[in-house]
Unconditional design. Structure first.
Length: 137
C-alpha cells in the first residue's frame, strides 16, 4: 500500500501578505485628468480647515483655533460617512474612520472649552482634581 498524502494548509505565516484590500472608499474622488489636490479634494478641504485653525491659534486666539480644528475633524468624519469615494481620507473601515475622527473632534472641542483662563464650560469634578493631588485654589 502506498501512502496518499493529502495537502494540508501550512501553519506558517506567508512571506507575502495576500488578500489585503484597500479601505472602502479609498479610490480618488475624481479621475486622473485632474490635479492631485483636486482628485483628493476631501482631505484637501479637511487639511485647509485644520490649517486655518492652526493659523487662528498662532494669531493668539487658541480657543477659537482649537474649535476650528475640531470642526475640521468633524467635517472629515461627515465626508467619510457620506461620500462613496474620499481618497486618502479613508484609512481603515468607514466605521473606524468616522469613530476616530468624531472622538478626536469632541476631545479637542471639550478641551478648548474647559481650558483656563475663563473656561466656557465647567466640570466641578475636574476643577477639584487640583485639590485632590495637593494643589490649593
Amino acid at each position: 500500500m502506498s501512502a496518499v498524502r493529502t495537502s494540508r494548509p501550512s501553519r506558517r505565516r506567508p512571506v507575502k501578505t495576500t488578500g489585503t484590500l484597500p479601505p472602502e472608499g479609498s479610490r480618488a474622488a475624481l479621475d486622473r485628468g485632474h490635479p492631485l489636490l483636486v482628485r483628493q479634494w476631501p482631505i484637501t478641504l479637511v487639511l485647509a480647515v485644520v490649517g486655518i485653525g492652526l493659523l487662528v491659534v498662532w494669531l493668539d486666539n487658541f480657543r477659537y483655533g482649537l474649535l476650528t480644528i475640531g470642526g475640521g475633524l468633524l467635517l472629515g468624519a461627515a465626508l467619510r460617512l457620506l461620500l462613496p469615494e474620499v481618497g486618502v481620507l479613508a484609512v481603515r473601515s468607514r466605521f473606524t474612520d468616522v469613530l476616530v475622527l468624531v472622538f478626536f473632534a469632541v476631545a479637542i472641542g471639550l478641551l478648548a472649552m474647559v481650558a483656563q483662563p475663563d473656561p466656557w464650560l465647567r466640570f466641578p469634578a475636574v476643577e477639584d482634581i487640583g485639590t485632590y493631588i495637593g494643589q490649593r485654589h
